[in-house]
Design a protein around this ligand. Structure first.
Ligand code: PBG
Length: 332
């Protein structure tokens, strides 16, 4: 960047930092509740809110409570809710058939939220891990996560979610070719208005640990996800994945995790200019909550600083478990 001001003492950059009004005038990014997507966990039952120990403040809720939570989130100005299922153990099978059942817990939650708050956008998660006996996002055959057969299952899952009323399909599986297959199926079945937010650059991260507890997949997971999720050392590959998913018909793209990958967010936004989201994942959330609970950091301030960081890095929005808390602060 070329210098646009004189040098010291004519240029004193502290001048515009002197008062809140001046700082407000020169502020480059804003965070608002409608930038936030709130991930929630749904489980069986009625009137249930079950705390998740590794994610203090986050609950698994029964469908009725999800609908109520969505109503509250909507009133706070949060734009979208993203539904993750805690599937009962007996419904997890090798063929993952529960994943595309119209009445699985996630699809029931989608319907309940759309009925309670039609204006709230509902996002889904497309991957087999909550339905799989081995915790993997795809079918496992002879120890290998097979691609093309998994994509067929993901397409069935996508259609069931669209039929339940989902506004945004969120493939988090990292199989090759899934976006094109989902887009084509959605078009063919009359769901051309349903959009796809692709988890395009999803890294094989250790930050997902608490989430796997939340959906009950941590004990089950055999091995790791490194043959489909990205190597944490790569950035060029992230650009190739994002470009490919956009070419295949993704409307929006995501970088995941968030804070350790802000360089990827910035590069993605600068390179493609497509709607770009970051997922501030469970481990990021848990770290802030743990330090705050110990009195080592100011939890609210660190939360807001982490969220504005995503906007500064070029993101249009953020998936965050902090959504209601942050929206409450933003609304004053
Ligand atoms: C699974 C999925 C994961 C997350 C979202 N979808 C975990 C994984 O890939 O193992 C992680 C979210 C979080 O950590 O908050 N398809």
């Amino acid at each position: 960047m070329k210098p646009t001001v004189a040098s010291f003492p004519r240029a004193r950059l502290r001048r515009t930092r002197r008062t809140p009004a001046l700082r407000g005038l020169v502020r480059e990014t804003l965070l608002s509740p409608d930038d936030l997507i709130w991930p929630v966990f749904v489980r069986e039952g009625d009137g249930v809110e079950e705390p998740i120990p590794s994610m203090p403040g986050v609950m698994r809720r029964s469908v009725d409570r999800i609908a109520e939570a969505a109503r509250e989130a909507h009133a706070l100005g949060i734009g979208a809710i993203c539904i993750f299922p805690y599937t009962p153990l007996e419904a997890r099978t090798e063929d993952c058939a529960e994943a595309w059942s119209p009445d699985n817990i996630a699809n029931r939650a989608i319907r309940a939220v759309k009925a309670a708050v039609p204006d709230m956008a509902v996002m889904t998660d497309v991957a087999l891990d909550p339905y799989n006996i081995n915790g993997h996002d795809g079918f496992v055959v002879d120890g290998e996560i097979v691609n093309d057969r998994t994509v067929e299952a993901l397409v069935r899952m996508t259609l069931a979610q669209a039929e339940a009323g989902a506004d945004i399909i969120g493939p988090s599986d990292m199989m090759d070719g899934r976006i094109a297959a989902m887009r084509d199926a959605l078009e063919a079945k009359g769901h051309s208005h349903v959009s796809i937010l692709s988890y395009a650059a999803k890294f094989a991260s250790a930050y997902y640990g608490p989430f796997r507890d939340a959906v009950g997949a941590s004990g089950a997971l055999t091995g790791d996800k490194k043959t489909y999720q990205m190597d944490v050392a790569n950035s060029d590959e992230a650009m190739r994945l994002i470009e490919r998913d956009l070419m295949e018909g993704a409307d929006m793209v995501m970088v995941k995790p968030g804070t350790p990958y802000l360089d990827i967010c910035r590069r993605a936004r600068d390179t493609f200019g497509a709607p770009t989201f970051a997922y501030q994942v469970s481990g990021e959330y848990a770290m802030i909550q743990a330090a705050a609970q110990n009195g080592w950091i100011d939890g609210e301030k660190v939360m807001m600083e982490s969220l504005i960081g995503f906007k500064r890095a070029g993101c249009n929005g953020v998936l965050t478990y902090f959504a209601p808390e942050a929206a409450r602060l933003l609304n004053g």
